[in-house]
Write a protein that binds this ligand. Structure first.
Ligand SMILES: [Zn+2]
Length: 325
């Protein structure tokens, strides 16, 4: 009996040791497994985060090529001053050439960037403020004041027919030029049915209007004025059969500039300042080079109202402002 009792005690002790051993084993296993899963989850989270960042980066880069269709009848125009002989005011006299214009940027690079997604490897955040369809005697002066107050230069795409309407409009154009902004070509009439019958570019008509507009600009700004920068009314991206006109423009060293962000001031009816700022944030999502489409023609007062906010936003994000030459 004694022997059996001792045996049972010993057996019970072994059982307890085994139980404790198993408990410890299970505990260690749990810790290892939990840790492994936690690490795994962390890795997954990192991968997902990285993937989101890459997608966002790609999205931003793709925006460079984004084509914003516009319902407006007045959306595209880019005029660039020619390389040489763009005049600037100096002590009341216009004398300097555009080659010395530190605000200007090569429009050829911007055309390639917008149309072929050829990156500009300078790592600079640059904003090109562009105003189409002017000059107007009501909105353009307000825009000029805001630009002056903020020490910012922009590019104005002029419609010759509108320029011819009043002597005041011509004076405003001259003032725009003297203040160091770039003056570019948005065709003479901005008439879609004449320039693009059935949505197809009429090369002869288009080129004739470009030249006609250049001559009118020279009439106001002086014979030495020349611009190689064009913006197609409605945007180059909106029209069919462009290969012939593209060839023609290339032969004549014209550059056409569309846009990769806008404020919606020519989309549908009149817009409030808040609506324009909202549209601006929808389309400007951090593009390193942003070509912003705006309008300074009649009825676009809210564009002038939104402009200080837009300039402030771009400045706060580290953008410099350049013109298209
Ligand atoms: Zn236009």
């Amino acid at each position: 009996m004694k022997k059996k009792k001792g045996y049972n005690k010993k057996r019970s002790l072994i059982c307890r040791i085994r139980a404790v051993f198993f408990c410890v084993l299970i505990l260690i296993s749990s810790i290892i497994i939990t840790n492994r899963y936690t690490q795994s989850d962390l890795e997954k989270t990192k991968i997902v985060q990285a993937s989101i960042e890459i997608k966002q980066k790609n999205k931003n880069e793709n925006l460079v090529n984004l084509v914003y269709e516009s319902s407006s009848n007045d959306d595209a125009s880019d005029m660039n001053s020619k390389n040489s002989n763009i005049k600037k005011e100096n002590n009341g006299e216009i004398i300097n050439s555009v080659d010395e214009d530190s605000n200007s940027f090569d429009s050829g690079k911007i055309q390639d960037f917008l149309t072929k997604n050829i990156r500009i490897e300078d790592n600079k955040k640059i904003a090109f403020l562009t105003f189409d369809d002017g000059p107007s005697t009501t909105v353009t002066p307000k825009i000029l004041n805001i630009l002056k107050e903020n020490n910012v230069k922009a590019t104005f795409f002029i419609v010759g027919k509108q320029l011819e309407e009043t002597a005041e409009a011509k004076n405003i154009l001259l003032e725009t030029y003297k203040q160091g902004h770039a003056i570019a070509n948005h065709t003479y009439s901005h008439n879609y049915s004449k320039l693009y019958p059935h949505g197809i570019v009429d090369v002869n008509s288009f080129m004739a209007e470009v030249e006609q507009n250049n001559n009118i600009l020279k009439g106001v700004l002086g014979e030495s004025f020349a611009s190689r920068v064009i913006r197609f009314p409605g945007g180059h991206m909106s029209w069919k059969a462009v290969s012939e006109i593209d060839k023609k423009l290339e032969d004549k060293n014209y550059k056409y500039i569309d846009w990769n962000a806008l404020i919606g001031d020519a989309e549908g009816g009149p817009k409030t300042k808040d609506q324009l700022m909202k549209r601006y944030h929808q389309t400007f999502v951090g593009q390193e080079k942003v070509v912003l489409l705006m309008h300074d023609t009649y009825g676009k007062q809210s564009t002038a109202e939104a402009l200080p906010y837009i300039i402030g936003d771009l400045k706060s994000k580290g953008y410099e402002f350049r013109t298209l030459k």
